[in-house]
Every structure is written in structure tokens, then in C-alpha cells.
Design a protein around this ligand. Sequence first.
Ligand SMILES: NCc1[nH]cc(CCC(=O)O)c1CC(=O)O
Length: 315
Amino acid sequence: MTTLRIGTRASTLAIAQSTLVKDRLARATGLDVELVTVTSEGDTNRASLASLGGTGVFASALREALLADECDLLVHSLKDLPTAKHPGLTLGAIPARADARDALCARDGLTLDQLPEGARVGTGSPRRVAQLRSRRGDLEIVDIRGNIDSRLGRVGDDLDAVLLSAAGLDRIGRLAEATELLGLGFWPSAPGQGALALEVREGDSGPDLTRGLSKLDHRETRLIVTAEREVLAGLEAGCAAPIGATAVVDAGLLLLSATVYAPDGTARLTASHGVTLEPGSLAAQLAEVHDVASRVVDELLAGGAADLVPKGSIS
Ligand SMILES: NCc1[nH]cc(CCC(=O)O)c1CC(=O)O
């Protein structure tokens, strides 16, 4: 009987996400599904992500393993995945998105507004830094790295709070430590945040895996995360750029809103557009998504988005 092998990093979050997909795939196909651990430079190098050479450090070792047939699929956090398609690979399924919001995890149940003046807040994300500076210029922002557990471990120790993805916290069973979920309207999160992407070799999936992928794929999620990621691609920005984007589908209308921040939080630019999704093929709907994302990108560029974001953060 066929066994499907999921290549995964060894971090708590990666194992949690891969196990989630393993269980769903096993249920959907009746096949055996197992995890294969792959180590990457992003796991062993403690240097800042930016200095590791831009986006996708976690993805590259995994992708080599997939291309070498050491596994059959990868489970990525979509927000960590570069927008450019990787040669020979394709996103075979994008399951229904979880909570896209950022979560504040603060000591003593504090919210962002309740943090005392000068409180120390940890994050390694330029978007979160810009958003924090823009709302609370008094805070001391501490650049932190490492996995979710080690970040949470510093709250109440050397930090007053950290910012993390609600979906990531939930997947490792620690969402209860969130003291505030930041609304997407005033605090847009990263393009694709909260969504997983299942990557496979192109044209090489076989009937069992193909069936499993189609059962896990969620079209609405694919449309909204594609819209958000097209903003990144259109601005030629990487996952480290200070850009928030939120797309939703409501009553057949896809709404996309994106905000570009000056890294120091002193300026920001928002553009929003919508499109009525016509019933039809995925390809036709993706074309509509592309149009709406282009309108958002054009408006941001016309407003001077390229000047807000310094070239260095565009990778
Ligand atoms: N860049 C790190 C990263 N990549 C994906 C997640 C969590 C899962 C997700 O948001 O999809 C996280 C942690 C975080 O941002 O707190």
C-alpha cells in the first residue's frame, strides 16, 4: 500500500502543521501518511533572517528534498513562501485558512493600549515593528528570533509582550496565552498569514496524492491568499517587507486591502479594491483576482509606495 511522505522541519510549529495535514490526508485518502524530518539553514543559523539572504531560507532545503524524491509533499506556512513559483514544483493544495490575525501575548493580561509607557515588545517582523511604532511610538521594540515557544518564554521575563500569529499559536496549542487579537481592519497581517500551502512535484503526484490534495484544497482561500500575495509580487517586495494585506470573500465579492508602512511607522499608505467573483473555473477567478490586485498595486505605487519602503527591505 502507498505511503505518502510529508517533508517537514523539526520545529514545534512545523511538526504541528505537518501533523495536521498528515491526519487530514490520511482521513481523506485512507492512505498511510508519515513525516520525514529535514534540517535547513534557517533552523541552525541564529543570525537575523534578513541577513540569511532574504526570503525562503526555510523552504529551500525542504524543496531540495522534495525534488530529490525524499518526500512527496511539503507543508509550508504560506506567508513564509516567496511569491515566485519554484521550478518543477507547484502548490497542490491550499487548505481553508485559519485565523489571519496577529496576537499580542503580554504579561498580566495586558492589551496593546494598556502596556505601560516604554514597555519592551519583541518581534522580528518589519511589518509588526512599523505597526507598533505607528500606534505606540513610546514602546521599546526588541528584535527577537527563534521559535514560538522561546519567544513566549520571554514574556514576563525580559519582555513585556511579544507579537505572534494567532494561527501559529493555536496550532501549537498556546492560543490561550494571547491577551489581544488585533483586528485586521486596523492591523492588517502578512499576506497569506494563517494559511498553509501543500507543495508537490509538478505533474508527478499520482492518483492517490492527487485525490488527497483535491479534498484538502479550499478555493476561496486560494483566491484570497493569491490576491494578498500578488500585492507583494506587484510591489516586488518579499516576506520581510513592511506590508499588510487582507482579502475576504463576502457574498460573492472579493475585497482586497493592502497597507504599506514606512519602516519607522511615521507614514502609511492603504489601497482597497473589490471584484464580484463570477461563478466559473479557478483560472477565470484567478484572472479576476489578478485584476483586483493590480488595481491595488497601481494605486499604492501612484501614491508613492516605492518611496516608503527602502530598497534594502525589498528582497
Ligand atoms: N514568520 C514566522 C511564522 N511563519 C508562520 C507563522 C505562523 C503560522 C501562520 O501565521 O501561518 C510564523 C510565526 C508568527 O508569525 O508568529
